[in-house]
Design a protein around this ligand. Sequence first.
Ligand code: ZN
Length: 325
Amino acid sequence: MVDIKKVAGPVQLGEGPHWDPAHQCLLYVDITAGHVHRCYPDTNKHQHLIVEGGSTGGSVSFVLPVESRPDLLVVGLGRSVAVVEWPLDAPDQLTVKPKCVLHGVDDHHPTNRFNDAKCDPSGRLWAGTMGDEGETPGVVDPEKGGLYRIGTDLTITKEVDKISLSNGLAWSSDKKTFYYIDSLTYSVDAFNYDDATGKLSNRRTVLDYKAAGLVPDVPDGMCIDKNGNLWVANFFGKKVICIDPSVGKVVRQVETPAPHVTSVCWGGKDYDTLYVTSARTGLSEEKLKKDTLSGGVFAITGLGVKGLPPVCFKVSPELLAKRMS
Ligand code: ZN
């Protein structure tokens, strides 16, 4: 039986869940607050990192572990990709400055910021940006962002241009397809993906939210299961949907306790738990009184499906040491 329970939160704009299998904990961010959270669902231990913003803004939009360096994390900090140090035995609350900034992007759009990110099967980091956001969630200056790839040698390439609100990313287990969401296109797209080079080609639509009658739901974060199906958090939609990309159809929907669900990832010992982040952003005081679990992090169990182990950023240790010195 499908069961949903709240494991952490509330936060203002929870996003970017990433399961750390080595330490059996969940990393996620509170974007607007500029915080990273690390929670251990088995023991209820919870750590909280406050990242001091730099010249490109104080939002922290994503968090990904660095391969073989459990004390280092790569984060989206405003329009920068930065490295922060956060030892596993840190106190419950810690404030840090970034150890170094790896890259800054979108200099010609100073009010852009990074949003969702993930590592591809070869450990390259993919991170997208979004245009200036107003007070209303999902309303941004359109087509001002990009999707960037940072190689394990730290070279950066803009792989997709004219992005409005970069969000969900997922790779098929055969490493041939990349799934991607620019939220404001209201669609889940696929590209051919070349794992040797990281190049994308042949963009096409997997699911058009308008045609599928899902609007006003906005597609946000996404992950993939062992069967190759996509799980997408529907902001405004109070649900997570499962899409079979081979037929471009919604095959399952799971209602969530919060209307503004932002992202999903697989975690737990066998990757059989779907962790879901959510936001309080965009909800009136009145709505928040009713939707009391908004901003919570939830664990969905009993889905009968499993995910795949997540990938860390496999940056060259020598290069990283050089950048941090
Ligand atoms: Zn998102």
